[in-house]
Design a protein around this ligand. Structure first.
Ligand code: ADE
Length: 236
């Protein structure tokens, strides 16, 4: 998968994307993450990417031209055989990001992410480019970069080979519409707290049943909104 990140601050991605799962997936050629700076698509001597809003008001607004030109420039680099790009605008006004959305993005060959800054975008960016607008939650960040990191992390770890062990995304929170069951590792006792006996019993079926019950209990208690009739029935 190729991911293009369009941003005014490409350097902020280096540390996180150079390490751990995303760093390994990049080194293995599973994902190719590239950065494009909107400032490279300006024509005035100050390399302006923003301006005051028409009608007045505080703050600055991202201008159309650097954003349109940056998108057009990376689109020209499309590989032949690419089946479908998704153009994504990170904004608190977008559709809420979720695990199903991450799964759908993971099936694409190419993602192009537009990270905004300042008070917002000239609305003709929405009108003219028709991106999918995505929010990572109901709070306002100072820019789209941290939201892009969250999105890319959730997508890349789903790509085949990224985790090194294919089953590991199957059981985790949200993948069956439930939160994940509690996990333990050695030692069996730590500061008086013990590991549930069933997990060391060696009874596979009982372990499975315990995990299903725990996942359901946790979800009921912490995130009852996730419980559809379907999820409840399948764990009874
Ligand atoms: N940019 C600023 N806040 C954001 C949010 N909550 N999600 C996505 N992009 C953003």
């Amino acid at each position: 998968m190729r991911i293009d990140i369009l941003t005014l601050f490409p350097e902020v991605f280096d540390g996180y994307f150079g390490a751990s799962i995303i760093g390994r997936a990049s080194a293995a050629g599973i994902v190719d993450i590239r950065y494009t700076n909107f400032r490279d698509f300006t024509s005035d001597k100050h390399r302006s990417v923003d301006d005051k809003p028409f009608g007045g008001g505080p703050g600055m607004v991202m201008m159309c031209s650097p954003v349109f030109e940056a998108v057009e420039s990376v689109r020209q680099e499309a590989e032949s055989g690419e089946s479908g790009e998704e153009l994504i605008l990170l904004t608190p006004q977008g559709e809420r990001f979720s695990q199903p959305m991450a799964e759908s993005f993971a099936s694409r060959d190419r993602l192009i992410l537009i990270c905004g800054h300042y008070e917002g975008f000239d609305d003709r960016i929405r009108e003219g480019l028709q991106p999918r607008e995505v929010s990572i939650g109901d709070y306002v960040l100072s820019g789209g970069e941290s939201a892009a990191m969250v999105l890319v992390d959730a997508v890349v770890r789903l790509l085949p080979g990224a985790l090194g062990h294919e089953e590991s995304t199957a059981d985790e929170s949200f993948s069956h519409g439930l939160l994940e069951y509690p996990q333990y590792t050695r030692p069996r006792e730590f500061r008086g707290m013990t590991v549930p006996d069933v997990l060391v019993s060696g009874h596979h079926a009982e372990v499975e049943a315990w995990r299903r019950r725990q996942a359901l209990e946790r979800t009921k208690c912490r995130r009852p909104d996730l419980l559809s009739g379907e999820a409840e029935r399948s764990t009874r």
